[in-house]
Design a binder for this molecule. Structure first.
Ligand code: AMP
Length: 225
C-alpha cells in the first residue's frame, strides 16, 4: 500500500500516519520531521531550511524533492509507505510521480483530510511534540493529553512546542497550504486517487473512515507505460 496524506498543519496527518504504520506496517515519510531532524543535528541542509520553517514558509521544491529522491534511491528505499506532508505542491507531485515511475512504484490513494482554519489554529496551539527526533510523536493538551504532563508516552523524552506552532506562523502556514493545495489535489483527482475525509471527527472515526475508503480501492500495481 502506498499513500499520500494531504491536509493543513494540525489536520491530524501525523496521528493518522502513525496509525497506518501500526496497522499495515508502512514506512511513514514526513518531510517536516526530516527537516527538524536535520536542524537538530545542525547539518548544512538544516541550517538552510531553518529560517524558512521558522517563518512558516515552504522549503523550495528542489530541496524537498532532493531529500525525498535521496531516500527512495537509498538502500532504505521504502516499498510500502505513507507520505506525511509531501508532496505539498503541484510541482512536488509531478516530481514525485516521476520518481515513483522510475522506481516501479504506483500510488494507491491520496487521503485529503479536510478541516477549517480556525479549528486548525485551536488545535495547533495545544500541540506538544516529543523532542526526540527518533520519535517525534505529538500530543494535545485537550484532545490527546500525555499520561505524564510534559513527557512522551512512547519514549519518555520531554514534550516541546514546535517553534512554528504559534498563531501568527500557523496562519501563514495555512495561507501557504491553501495557495498550493488546489492544484495539488486537482492533479491527483485527475488520476482518480483522492479520498476526501472530514478531519473534524475524533481520530478513531477518521481512521475508520480512511480504512473504509482504502477498502473500496484495489491496490494498484506498477504498469510500465
Ligand atoms: P510539517 O511537519 O509537515 O508541518 O512541516 C513543517 C515545515 O517543514 C513546513 O512548514 C515547511 O516549512 C517544511 N516542509 C515540510 N514538508 C515540506 C514540503 N513538502 N514542501 C515544502 N516545505 C515543507
Amino acid at each position: 500500500m502506498r499513500l499520500v496524506l494531504v491536509g493543513p498543519p494540525g489536520s491530524g496527518k501525523g496521528t493518522q500516519a502513525e496509525r497506518l504504520v501500526q496497522r499495515f506496517g508502512l514506512t511513514a515519510i514526513g518531510t517536516g520531521a526530516m527537516f527538524r531532524d536535520a536542524i537538530a543535528r545542525d547539518t548544512a541542509m538544516g541550517r538552510q531550511v531553518r529560517p524558512m520553517m521558522d517563518q512558516g514558509l515552504l522549503v523550495p521544491d528542489p530541496i524537498v524533492n532532493d531529500v525525498v529522491a535521496e531516500l527512495f534511491r537509498s538502500s532504505a528505499r521504502p516499498e510500502r509507505f505513507v507520505m506525511d506532508g509531501y508532496p505539498r505542491t503541484y510541482s512536488q507531485a509531478v516530481a514525485f510521480d516521476a520518481l515513483l515511475h522510475l522506481e516501479y512504484l504506483a500510488l494507491d490513494a491520496v487521503v485529503n483530510l479536510a478541516i477549517d482554519d480556525d479549528e486548525v489554529v485551536r488545535r495547533i496551539s495545544g500541540r506538544r511534540c516529543c523532542s526526540n527526533p527518533e520519535c517525534g510523536v505529538c500530543f494535545h493538551s485537550m484532545a490527546r493529553p500525555p499520561k505524564v504532563a510534559g513527557q512522551c508516552d512512547v519514549c519518555g523524552h520531554p514534550l516541546l512546542q514546535r517553534d512554528d506552532d504559534n498563531e501568527e506562523t500557523i496562519r501563514r502556514r495555512l495561507g501557504e497550504f491553501h495557495k498550493n493545495t488546489n492544484d495539488l489535489l486537482a492533479h491527483y483527482r485527475k488520476q482518480n486517487l483522492v479520498d476526501d475525509i472530514a478531519a473534524t471527527d475524533p481520530p478513531d472515526v477518521i481512521f475508520q473512515n480512511i480504512l473504509a475508503a482504502l477498502a473500496r480501492r484495489a491496490p494498484k500495481s506498477y504498469e510500465p507505460s
